[in-house]
Design a protein around this ligand. Structure first.
Ligand SMILES: [Zn+2]
Length: 413
């Protein structure tokens, strides 16, 4: 058990009792014997972030092949380098990515990458929640379709992972992945009561290529294939027409919004406010660092807010509580995890921030300060599932994680 004393929550000073992995009691004064106490004077408690779309191991690509067009960048800069990756490299890259996530207040991420067992190992060792997906991409080669189908089923049926690993599947996109593979992946996830994530409607080119090939827009296409439901997580969804928005709302599918990547690759501005008003379930993600170039959900919130105001041509769009909610509660909710809120009964995923930090002063509106003025240096401590991942800015073993990351980058350069 852990007792947080004198912590700032929703404008008041509170005590919070954490029992096992959840918030057991929140009150103005709690006395409890035989339990570890943390004095939180001048600190506020906030929910941690859920990053609903990333490719964690891309850390080695930070700053590589900057300022190119999307397909040129993928084909000539990213994919040839990724061909050199080994499982051991992915393990060290995953650890470094998780280190950055913890330092920036994230306690859950949805990952789409290769050598997934290595990312699972890294996540379990570091104590973070991880929604790890086996990735489907067959470039329309039938042998590859079959191979991936077999591997996906093996991945889902192996239940040797711990309670903080949430296994699912992902498909790259409709321009790289066949109808047969996408449909079978959805079938496997339905059978296993888990989620499927897929990049959709990221660029205008993707939409026009899809129209030329299939005679349908991407969301229309996969909805007609029976893919859309409440456990489908659509990454990007920048270019949707009204019919596609209606299909997503009807299916209760989730949009994983990646505003920095969308702006940096000039994919376009997703009209966040319009989607929220239409009732789309929106969560936030950073995408990989190769197109961000950070895994910080704090800076992602600011870009989300600014991009949404610009897209709506209105300063009243993307209100700060909504932006904070898509970065926290909505992401956990999308993955079926009861976290993202500081309330009794919720899982104890939280951060403590320094109320004397210049970026949080004056403390008139903490949520607005987190969205617009804060960076990760405001975060003192990060807890996941009731256990500390970072205390006083320090993550256990971080020096070794950094050294190993540097070694891998050197081998890949
Ligand atoms: Zn992506």
């Amino acid at each position: 058990m852990l007792l947080l004393k004198n912590v700032f929550l929703n404008g008041k000073t509170q005590d919070i009792l954490i029992k096992d992995n959840a918030f057991a009691k929140i009150a103005s004064h709690i006395e409890h014997k035989n339990c570890k106490t943390l004095d939180c004077k001048d600190k506020a408690i906030l929910p941690t972030f859920c990053n609903t779309h990333t490719h964690a191991s891309m850390m080695f690509l930070r700053g590589v092949g900057e300022d190119l067009e999307l397909f040129d960048w993928l084909e000539n800069e990213i994919w040839p380098r990724e061909d050199k990756l080994t499982p051991e490299m992915v393990y060290h890259l995953s650890r470094f990515a998780i280190l950055e996530m913890i330092k920036t207040g994230t306690t859950m991420f949805l990952d789409m990458y290769f050598f997934v067992d290595q990312t699972i190992k890294a996540a379990e060792e570091m104590g973070i929640r991880a929604a790890i997906t086996y990735l489907g991409m067959d470039v329309f080669d039938e042998n590859e379709t079959k191979r991936r189908q077999g591997l996906a089923q093996t991945f889902l049926s192996n239940d040797s992972t711990g309670p903080l690993i949430y296994k699912g599947l992902s498909c790259h996109a409709v321009y790289t992945t066949s109808e047969a593979l996408i449909k079978s992946f959805k079938e496997y996830t339905r059978k296993n009561k888990t989620y499927l994530s897929i990049h959709m409607n990221e660029t205008q080119k993707e939409v026009s290529d899809c129209l030329a090939k299939y005679g349908k827009r991407p969301i229309q296409l996969i909805d007609d294939w029976g893919i859309l439901d409440e456990n489908t997580i659509i990454a990007h969804a920048v270019h949707l027409d009204d019919d596609e928005i209606s299909r997503i709302v009807r299916a209760k599918a989730v949009v994983a919004h990646n505003p920095t990547s969308n702006l940096k690759l000039n994919s376009g501005q997703m009209p966040l406010q319009k989607y929220l008003e239409r009732g789309v379930r929106v969560a936030l993600g950073t995408d990989g660092v190769s197109s961000n170039n950070s895994l910080s959900m704090i800076s992602e919130m600011k870009v989300a807010a600014l991009s949404a105001k610009s897209a709506a041509n209105s300063s009243t769009a993307a209100k700060t509580p909504d932006v904070f909610k898509i970065a926290t509660e909505n992401g956990f909710e999308a993955l079926g995890v009861k976290a993202g809120k500081i309330e009794e009964g919720y899982l104890a995923d939280f951060m403590l921030v320094d109320l004397n930090h210049h970026a949080l002063l004056p403390n008139v509106n903490l949520v607005s300060n987190m969205v617009y003025s804060a960076d990760s240096s405001v975060i003192c401590d990060v807890f996941c599932n009731g256990k500390p991942l970072m205390l006083d800015g320090y993550v256990a073993g971080e020096e070794e994680i950094v050294e190993n990351f540097k070694k891998v980058c050197k081998e890949l350069s």
